[in-house]
Design a protein around this ligand. Structure first.
Ligand code: NDP
Length: 597
């Protein structure tokens, strides 16, 4: 029997321990003296001449958002598409994150976009990073997106030219070209950050961030070859989020000594990965299969009607099943919003108790096991799933250094200090995540200027992020934002948000081009009405709640500024309903809320 009140109190105590007034400011922005942490270790930068031409559509970002939108545009007959990407190839997060063990946390069949179009069978239920990077390249090749792409290129300036109804795009490679339409999918997690620790600049050993894995130092490769150069090395990894959970088992096998510095444990549930059976896939993958899987996955988590079958069957759908079962047991007169929320909380308590019990089952050392238990609701932080992470702490080489919520105290020339004790190491790996709650324009590296020179940063600093469908911003004609909030807001399968946005954008651009329109813009009234609709809905999610332990999901526990407050605002009746709504909006063809000129 779970003592709910005691648990709630424990969760609150653990959160309070971690709350700190500096929030996002606790981290170092990687630039200037830290800029080497951003260098591309994978593909050399090749010289090229600056461009001064014109394209119909420029897309900023060559990750899944750019790839799926580019593909949909090409399918719609809009051929003149240029993707601008800061990495040396397509892939976005999968270009940068090549750390050992990097893997898709959402089932490949719903996570990897355009599988049916590219005729690709994912090799595993949860594909590894190398396969996902290759799939990104496959999409790029199949849809001709390499032809006009600019790699190792960062947009530095984006400005609306009213007189010509064009966007002017300037880059760090000296380009200055124009585009009739600009779309941007710069991703939620593309700017790595370092912890602002005293003495961090003093460390004399080797160090790098997980999103720029240094295989030159560790040996091995992104395909899983063992990191043979670590056999005589003492290594510290700072951070225990989703990235660390995946790479720690590999480090534990490779290093002479591994110290895992933990501030807050992740919840680590069963992974249950398995290779795809080609015969099963051949029988299952009948026309329209991926759309059916996508809809099924989203419907189970957020739909009003539960599908009869659960195609994906994983940790994401499990929580939804438990919650529904509890709700369905309620007598009709008790079927209230409050009781639904209580059912959600009860399922969560159960789930997290099981996850904590799993730690005791797996981890042999009692104190280590205690340290690895997560005391918060499952969706307060990114849920993790792994079948080797907890086991890694049974390796004699591996030590958990739990900081009891305080974090690393400081860095010295020789290593890492916690509670006054110095751990001498040869290498520090920063698994400390990415900027999320910082200003949108800071993360993008440019501050776009729309109509009348209005800067997006200033607009959103004044009134928070405001869009229609999470895609259109009034005052910024011919601009499309591809991201997940203020639309479906589906965190368990981010690419699903992108594929739907890609369809929408392609439909709008095709319509504009075919009808000779120079401009398309959301009206202020339509944007206001959309925001009103979103704000009228219940905040169903735990995600972003101030009751949660701090992290990037809730702006490090601090009130958000500027673009922050509405980051987790979604369609009131959930993602499944949003996708249905959006499809109907597209199909109707009157593009309600948009003005074509
Ligand atoms: P996170 O932001 O999740 O984790 C950063 C870690 O660094 C946290 O454990 C944080 O602790 C810790 N940390 C920060 N400062 C200190 C300090 N001073 N001392 C000790 N520890 C510190 O980054 P990740 O890279 O792990 O993951 C980011 C996101 O990327 C995930 O949430 C997920 O969305 C995505 N991802 C997805 C994967 C997939 O399979 N699809 C795989 C990997 C990542 P604290 O929690 O206390 O702040």
């Amino acid at each position: 029997m779970i003592d709910k009140e005691a648990l709630k109190q424990k969760y609150a105590e653990e959160r309070d321990k971690r709350l700190r007034p500096d929030g996002n400011a606790q981290y170092i922005q990687i630039k200037d003296q830290w800029a080497h942490y951003l260098e591309d270790p994978y593909v050399p930068v090749t010289p090229r001449d600056p461009l001064t031409d014109h394209v119909t559509v420029a897309f900023i970002g060559g990750g899944f958002a750019g790839l799926v939108t580019g593909a949909r545009l090409k399918e719609a007959g809009v051929d003149d598409v240029r993707i601008i990407e800061k990495g040396g190839d397509f892939g976005g997060t999968w270009y940068w994150n090549r750390y050992p063990g990097a893997q898709c946390d959402t089932a490949s069949f719903v996570y990897m976009p355009l599988l049916e179009e590219t005729n690709h069978m994912p090799s595993e239920k949860y594909a590894h990073a190398a396969e996902i990077l290759e799939h990104s390249q496959r999409i790029g090749k199949q849809f001709g997106l390499y032809d006009n792409a600019l790699f190792h290129t960062e947009v530095t300036d984006l400005e609306w030219d009213e007189s010509r109804s064009r966007w002017i795009i300037r880059t760090n490679r000296g380009d200055e070209f124009t585009a009739q339409f600009v779309a941007m999918g710069t991703g939620p997690l593309h700017v790595p950050k370092l912890p602002g620790l005293e003495g961090i600049e003093d460390f004399k050993g080797h160090s790098y961030h997980t999103s720029r894995w240094d295989y030159g130092y560790t040996g091995g490769d992104p395909n899983g070859a063992p990191m043979d150069k670590l056999a005589d090395k003492r290594v510290a990894i700072i951070g225990t989020g989703a990235t660390a959970v995946q790479c720690v088992p590999h480090l534990a096998r490779a290093c002479k000594e591994l110290y895992v510095f933990q501030r807050t444990p992740s919840s680590v549930d069963v992974r249950g990965n398995k290779p795809t059976d080609p015969q099963w896939f051949a029988e299952m993958a009948t026309p329209g299969w991926q759309q059916r899987w996508l809809e099924n996955f989203t419907q189970i988590q957020t739909g009003l009607v539960m599908p009869e079958v659960d195609l994906v069957q994983d940790g994401w759908t499990d929580l939804a099943h438990r919650m529904r079962t509890k709700i369905m047991q309620l007598p009709p007169e008790e079927f209230t919003f409050e009781n639904m929320m209580a059912a959600f909380e009860d399922s969560d308590f159960e789930k997290m108790s099981e996850i904590r019990a799993r730690v005791d089952e797996i981890v042999e050392d009692h104190d280590t096991a205690q340290g690895l238990k997560a005391w918060y609701r499952q969706l307060c932080k990114r849920p993790c799933f792994h079948d080797e992470y907890l086991q890694a702490f049974n390796e004699p080489s591996t030590t958990l250094v739990d900081t009891d919520g305080k974090g690393v105290e400081r860095i010295t020339e020789k290593g890492v200090v916690v509670a006054g004790k110095e751990y001498e190491v040869d290498c520090i790996i920063y698994s400390t995540g990415f900027e999320v709650g910082t200003e949108y324009s800071r993360r993008n590296g440019y501050d776009m200027k729309g109509r009348d020179g209005q800067k997006l940063s200033e607009l959103w600093a004044n009134e928070g992020m405001r869009t229609k469908h999470g895609i259109h911003v009034h005052g910024f004609p011919n601009l499309f934002v591809v991201q997940l909030s203020q639309g479906a807001n589906l965190v368990s399968n981010v690419p699903h948000n992108y594929t739907e946005s890609g369809r929408t954008i392609a439909t709008i651009v095709k319509h504009a081009v075919e009808n000779g329109h120079q401009e398309v813009e959301v009206t202020k009234e339509a944007q206001d009405a959309w925001m009103e609709l979103l704000l009228s809905g219940p905040r169903l999610g735990v995600i972003g709640s101030t009751e949660c332990t701090p992290g990037y999901y809730n702006n490090e526990g601090q009130p958000a500024e500027g673009s922050g407050p509405d980051w987790f605002l979604g369609y009131p009746t959930g993602a499944a309903a949003y996708f249905e709504y959006l499809e109907a909006w597209r199909t109707k063809g009157d593009f309600a809320g948009l003005e074509f000129r």
